[in-house]
Design a protein around this ligand. Structure first.
Ligand code: MD6
Ligand code: FE
Length: 214
């Protein structure tokens, strides 16, 4: 175990039950327009256990050929991504401390068996903006380390309504989801999201805005 890096903020229960339910409804609309897809690892083509979709001008995507990165349209429908819901823009303005709005709202959908390996969010053109993350549905074991994959890590449980901010040094820290505590929440209707589970929303700035002074 190690203390979480500088710039890591954990805001437990920032969103109450009504706000969580309203966001699930907004995410249902997004997934209706921009269907969930399963990204694949660069080179190996190994599929992720997590399904994803996006809102905003930039959507995060990965497949065998293109690798990790952002695209302006849904890979299946070819349509632009839906708009980021106003409640999520409000959350970003409240907690990010950053002068420009996010461009990507990545929606990660975890079935109870899904996981996310240790990674850094490093596909953006600016790291001065934090990444703001919101958990909905089942609780999950989140692990965060430091700037190298091998260093010591700290684990904490993220529950529905919790918000995590990765800013400063933590912005480029390795992190991942070790496991989902299946059945720990009743927020997500099981028939709709493929087995209940968990939704994680991350808000990111992708391009460097004029407001960002060097
Ligand atoms: C998750 N979260 O909570 C995965 N990335 O399902 C992330 O990968 C993440 O929570 C950047 C910043 C905060 C995060
Ligand atoms: Fe991440």
């Amino acid at each position: 175990m190690a203390a979480p890096p500088e710039g890591f903020r954990y805001l437990p229960g920032l969103l109450g039950p009504d706000a969580q339910a309203a966001l699930v409804a907004a995410l249902r609309c997004i997934a209706g327009e921009a269907p969930l897809y399963r990204p694949a690892m660069p080179k190996s083509g190994r599929p992720f256990s997590v399904r994803m979709t996006n809102a905003g001008s930039h959507g995060w995507y990965s497949d065998k050929e293109t690798g990790y990165g952002y695209i302006g349209r849904h890979p299946g429908t070819g349509q632009p991504w839906p708009a980021i819901p106003p409640a999520l823009l409000a959350l970003w303005r409240e907690v990010s401390g950053y002068p420009a709005d996010p461009e990507c709202c990545l929606v990660n959908v975890y079935a109870p068996e899904a996981r996310m390996g240790l990674h850094r969010d490093e596909d953006e053109d600016t790291f001065a903006a934090p990444v703001v993350s919101l958990s909905l549905g089942d609780s999950a074991v989140f692990r965060i380390g430091g700037p190298t994959r091998r260093g010591p890590t700290t684990s904490l449980k993220l529950h529905s309504g919790d918000v995590v901010v990765l800013a400063g040094t933590a912005r480029l820290a390795y992190h991942g989801i070790d496991r989902i505590l299946g059945g720990s929440s009743r927020l997500l209707p099981p028939h709709e999201w493929g087995g209940g589970g968990r939704i994680n929303v991350t808000l990111r700035r992708v391009t460097r805005p004029p407001e960002e002074t060097s």
